[in-house]
Design a protein around this ligand. Structure first.
Ligand SMILES: Nc1ncnc2c1ncn2[C@@H]1O[C@H](COP(=O)(O)OP(=O)(O)OP(=O)(O)O)[C@@H](O)[C@H]1O
Ligand SMILES: [Mg+2]
Length: 357
């Protein structure tokens, strides 16, 4: 029915303009005939025809333009009505309120409005998710910062007492020192992660010896693993890799520190790497406390720690694995964990594009 109405409307409009054109051409005929009479010269009939048609066309064009300007303003206003809820929703989003409800079905008659409503709704949902992540991040940061600050404040207060033995004073001071170092490591990790999140690619890559890098990292944390009498087995052949050397150092360091931290005295850590067609696989395994199955999918989340109440010596910020994952992903690689509670953990990093010698 609507289609028939539309066809009738088009035919009627066309007819109206044809009629208008005929009227203007006839008008032009009388006008030019009078001018020829006054001037006293009549041009040849074909020229008269051309002049009358041209004048009729010009007049029609001018009138059509005037009508278009007049009518054009109206439908514009009428169409704005369809878009008004969408504009209102956009203003709401700009004010920081992402709870918009635009049902695209209400715009079925206007395809453009419907698409716009869908996009605006999707944008609001994504912004709302980002806002939740931001709020989570802020509450995690303040929570993580609160706990060392509370310790520092508490032990500093205790130190005011005159009745403390020197050994007690030294003990409290060492706790204050450890907690402030933890705070400093945490802010350092947060800054690293924030910087990494802004990157799309790992920056400057170069060809270097991966085996040397891993051995250097193992050596750098020797005081920690030696202090716990951990055995270190290294099975890494000569491998060259094209990557960002600084960033990958951070990955091996974070993984090694985890293995050292979560493996009891006398345990063993094994570092293996091998190159294949696709790239390299590097695995760091330990005979440590392991990770419960339900926690394994979450350990790469920012601030996630399996046991929040771990003793102070083990207290980290739960950012090490997020940083490692981000760096590996910037290199188009993957990082996976296999772990069994009470038996041990293996973290495998796979990186593409390498060459073995
Ligand atoms: N090798 C491992 N053995 C047992 N648990 C592990 C191991 N590696 C990681 N985890 C668990 O995963 C959690 C997250 O690790 P992640 O390295 O991100 O944080 P963290 O070591 O606690 O703190 P940070 O690395 O920021 O100092 C750890 O708190 C721990 O519960
Ligand atoms: Mg860690």
């Amino acid at each position: 029915m609507k289609r028939i109405q539309a066809i009738i409307r088009i035919v009627a409009t066309g007819g109206f303009f044809v009629l208008l054109y005929a009227t203007f051409t006839i008008g032009a005929y009388f006008l030019t005939a009078w001018i020829y009479r006054v001037v006293g010269h009549v041009p040849p009939p074909y020229l008269i025809q051309v002049i009358n048609s041209l004048l009729g066309g010009v007049a029609l064009g001018m009138v059509s333009f005037a009508i278009a300007v007049l009518i054009g303003a109206r439908p514009g206003r009428r169409n704005m009505g369809v878009f008004e809820p969408i504009f209102a929703a956009m203003e709401q989003i700009a004010r920081g309120d992402f709870q918009v409800s635009l049902s695209s079905t209400s715009y079925r008659a206007n395809v453009f409005a419907s698409l716009l409503a869908q996009s605006v709704t999707q944008m609001a949902e994504e912004l709302s998710q980002m806002e939740h992540l931001r709020q989570d991040f802020i509450s995690n940061v303040s929570h993580e910062i609160q706990s060392p600050l509370t310790s520092i404040r508490g032990f500093a207060r205790l130190l005011r007492s005159d009745e403390l033995e020197v050994s007690e004073q030294l003990h409290y001071l060492s706790i204050i020192e450890a907690e402030s170092m933890r705070l400093s490591r945490m802010t350092d990790s947060m800054l690293k992660l924030a910087t990494l999140e802004t990157l799309e690619a790992p920056g400057e890559r170069k060809l270097y010896r991966l085996d040397k890098q891993i051995r250097a990292q193992i050596l750098a944390c020797e005081p920690e693993w030696a202090a716990k009498s951990l055995e270190l087995e290294v099975a890494v052949p000569e491998i060259e890799i094209v990557a960002s050397e600084d960033l990958l150092s951070q990955v091996w360091s974070n993984l090694l520190h985890n293995s050292i931290k979560f493996t009891p005295r006398g345990g063993k850590i094994t570092v293996e790497a091998h190159a294949n067609e696709a790239g390299i696989d590097c695995g760091i395994s330990d005979t440590g406390i392991g990770i419960p199955e339900e926690s394994q999918p979450r350990i790469f989340e920012r601030f996630y720690k399996v046991d929040q109440s771990r003793e102070r010596s083990n207290a980290g910020s739960g950012l090490g694995l997020s940083i490692a994952k981000k760096i590996v992903e910037l290199h188009q690689g993957t990082i996976k964990v296999h772990s069994q509670l009470g038996v041990g953990t293996t973290v495998i990093v796979a990186l593409p594009g390498t060459a073995e010698h």
